[in-house]
Design a protein around this ligand. Sequence first.
Ligand code: HEC
Ligand code: HEC
Ligand code: HEC
Ligand code: HEC
Length: 430
Amino acid sequence: MAEGPSQERLTAEGIIKIYTSMKVDAVAVAPLDLAAGVDILLASQKQGFPWLSANLLDLKGQPLFEPMRIKKVGAVKVGLIGLTGPLNSPPRGIRQADWRTLLPPLIEKTARQCDVLVLLSSLPPAENQEIARQFPALHLILSANLDRGNMNPQQVNNSLITQTDRQGKYQGVLTIDWNKNGKWGNSMDEELNTLRNRLGALDWQLQRMEKRVEPQLPEYLAKVKLIEENREAVAQKINALERKGKETGNGQASTSGISSFSSNFIPLKQSLPEAPEIRAIITGIKQQVNELNQKIVKKEEGLPFLGHDGCKSCHPAQTRFWQSTNHSRAWETLKKANQAFNLECLPCHVISNSEIPVNRNQLLALPKSLQTVGCENCHVGSGKSHAANPEQFHMKKQVEEKICLSCHTPQHDSHFNYQEKLKRIACPAN
Ligand code: HEC
Ligand code: HEC
Ligand code: HEC
Ligand code: HEC
């Protein structure tokens, strides 16, 4: 059965477009890449997109993607192998093979054709280490573990294992001074790398702090000052080390027949200039998602929420107060950003609560008075029953912190302080 486009599909197509315009040499299929189905990946592979996966097979046991490819960089031949991390429920028609059986012949064959052998892997950390211990022919494992963040290269057997943080927050740069011998020496200047990464992390924190809404608070100013001082100290140490390195000639190519490397992670700050062609693709995806989901909208009946219009007559003071807060405009905020039909944004910018989850179609089809962070997001209970019989059916008056935290997550509100913020939105007594 032909499936229409979905938000996931549009997003996947957009990401493929972006990678294509960045001219990437290889992308290993990770479990999340399959969110919109395997067909879209196979179609893009047909058009030349360099997907790699040695362990995703069709039901006949044939690989669905290229297991490996060889890329020539100057005089050096780089072999790239892809492995997909565990799929909880493989899509229909796909079987996931065990790397323990398929890797030995594949690595042997690829190693014969190349100088440097790289594995792109979304397998769990313990399995990547096991692979490194088992296959000395592997030089580099680039992993993709969502909760590990940036990882400085760690040597296991003859492989370096490293990765960058998720969501494109950093660009990982690994500079290799390659020697045919294929054995790693010590990192050129490990201390320097660690310091550079620390500097990147501090810059990132400062950038987040700058976005705060109440910059005058003394505790905020104190925090910023502390980070700035930290940053200055780290920057000075880096300077000193770099000067020392120049004097002693440290960091030059080694002549001892050993390969050396240095690595750093460059934070991709919002202040960095954007690539206009990529920005255009992203804006295009958002626009398409918005238009697509807008079309799906059907009027959804049967939600147990009453909406603020139904509370107003009996609680005029609280309703007036709530209208003065930005909670009442949370959906408008999305609309202004042209994201009012983005399913990734809606759950925190409209009605819903821990007792009454709202599904995708409902989210897209909410009536006006529920298109907001409303009374019933915070005051849990059945608004409809309460309005019909307030003495018998009560709403919860107190709003616990965990309710706020369901939306004010660190990712969307890096400085949530319950006591402080509660004061700003707590409705007045009559
Ligand atoms: C359903 C999600 C959700 C819940 C639950 C929620 N918030 Fe919010 N909150 C938001 C969103 C979204 C915004 C931003 C609205 C905008 O600017 O469009 C916001 C904004 C705020 C603001 C800024 C208000 C203003 O007028 O500038 C404060 C303060 C706040 N929330 C505190 C809280 C507290 C305290 C709780 C719990 C008692 C809470 N929020 C519960 C989603 C939520
Ligand atoms: C997990 C809940 C959550 C999700 C998902 C979410 N937001 Fe928000 N958003 C919030 C909260 C909470 C605030 C208020 C933050 C504050 O008061 O500092 C907010 C504030 C905002 C603001 C106003 C403040 C600002 O940072 O400029 C915009 C714009 C916004 N969100 C857009 C979006 C968009 C677009 C999406 C989807 C891509 C999205 N949000 C997804 C919780 C969420
Ligand atoms: C972001 C969360 C939030 C939203 C949204 C919200 N309230 Fe409240 N409301 C509170 C908090 C917090 C209190 C104070 C509770 C307490 O006293 O412990 C409160 C108190 C109340 C009270 C009790 C007042 C009293 O002390 O007698 C009523 C009634 C009330 N709200 C109605 C509403 C109505 C109606 C709406 C929508 C128009 C609304 N609230 C929206 C958080 C919220
Ligand atoms: C027909 C009038 C009426 C409507 C409509 C109404 N309330 Fe109430 N509400 C009351 C009365 C009366 C009380 C006091 C109940 C008591 O003290 O026994 C109350 C109390 C509350 C309280 C305090 C906790 C409690 O239940 O005692 C909250 C919170 C509240 N209402 C929220 C809401 C919200 C949210 C809505 C809309 C979904 C709403 N009310 C609609 C009459 C109403």
